[in-house]
Design a binder for this molecule. Structure first.
Ligand code: SF4
Ligand code: SF4
Length: 181
C-alpha cells in the first residue's frame, strides 16, 4: 500500500471469489479460521468463532460459504428467497452481516461481532489455502481511495459497537486483541 497524493492512496483490495458448486461442506475453512483467531493462535478451534460460516444442508445438497462482513444494529425489514439452479436458499443464506436476528458471526463469549480480516499478516487467507476443492479463490486489485474515508468508516464502526455493547466492553476487547500473539 503506497501513498499517491495528499488525499488519496493506492490500496490493494482483496476479495475471495466463492464457487458454491465446488464447496462440499467439509468445513476445513471454518476450522482453520477459528484456530488462527484463537488466543493464543492455534490453541483451539471452534466454528462459532470463525469469520467464515458454511450454510450446510446435506439433505437439500446446499453448501454456501459466507464471510463475516459488517455489524448491523438492527435486522433488515425485507427478506428474499433465492432459487438458483432449482435449489431454494433461505432468506438470510447469503447475508454477511453480524445481525441481531441470528447467532452467526458473534464471538461466543462476549457476543461481539466478528468480521473477516483476510488473515491480516498472512501471505494468503488461510481459508483459501485450506480449501482443497478450490471453492475459495483469492483475487487482488489496486484502487485509489481517499484516506479520509477510511477514518470515517472506522469512527462509524466504533460508534455503533460502543452504542450496542458499551464502551467498557469494547475497550476490554481491544486490550485482549493487543495482547494476542
Ligand atoms: S474448505 Fe472449501 S469445500 Fe470445505 S467447506 Fe470450506 S469452502 Fe467448502
Ligand atoms: S480470510 Fe482469514 S479471517 Fe477471513 S474467513 Fe478466511 S480464514 Fe477467516
Amino acid at each position: 500500500m503506497t501513498s499517491n497524493t495528499a488525499d488519496t492512496k493506492k490500496k490493494t483490495i482483496k476479495t475471495i471469489k466463492i464457487n458454491v458448486d465446488k464447496c462440499n461442506g467439509c468445513r476445513a475453512c471454518e476450522m482453520i479460521c477459528s484456530a488462527f483467531h484463537a488466543a493464543p493462535k492455534y490453541s483451539s478451534n471452534n466454528p462459532a468463532r470463525s469469520r467464515i460460516r458454511i450454510i450446510r444442508e446435506p439433505v437439500r445438497d446446499l453448501y454456501v460459504p459466507v464471510y463475516a462482513g459488517e455489524y448491523t444494529v438492527a435486522e433488515c425489514a425485507g427478506r428474499d428467497k433465492y432459487t438458483i439452479d432449482g435449489k431454494e436458499y433461505d432468506e438470510c443464506a447469503f447475508c454477511r452481516a453480524s445481525c441481531p436476528s441470528r447467532n452467526e458471526f458473534k464471538e461466543p463469549d462476549s457476543g461481539l461481532p466478528l468480521k473477516c480480516d483476510m488473515c491480516e499478516g498472512e501471505e494468503e487467507p488461510l481459508c483459501v489455502k485450506w480449501c482443497m476443492h478450490d471453492a475459495l479463490v483469492l483475487e487482488e486489485r489496486e484502487e485509489d481511495v481517499e484516506e479520509a474515508v477510511d477514518q470515517e468508516d472506522l469512527e462509524i464502526g466504533l460508534e455503533s459497537l460502543a452504542s450496542k455493547h458499551g464502551l467498557d466492553k469494547i475497550m476490554n476487547a481491544i486490550a485482549r486483541l493487543s495482547n494476542k500473539d
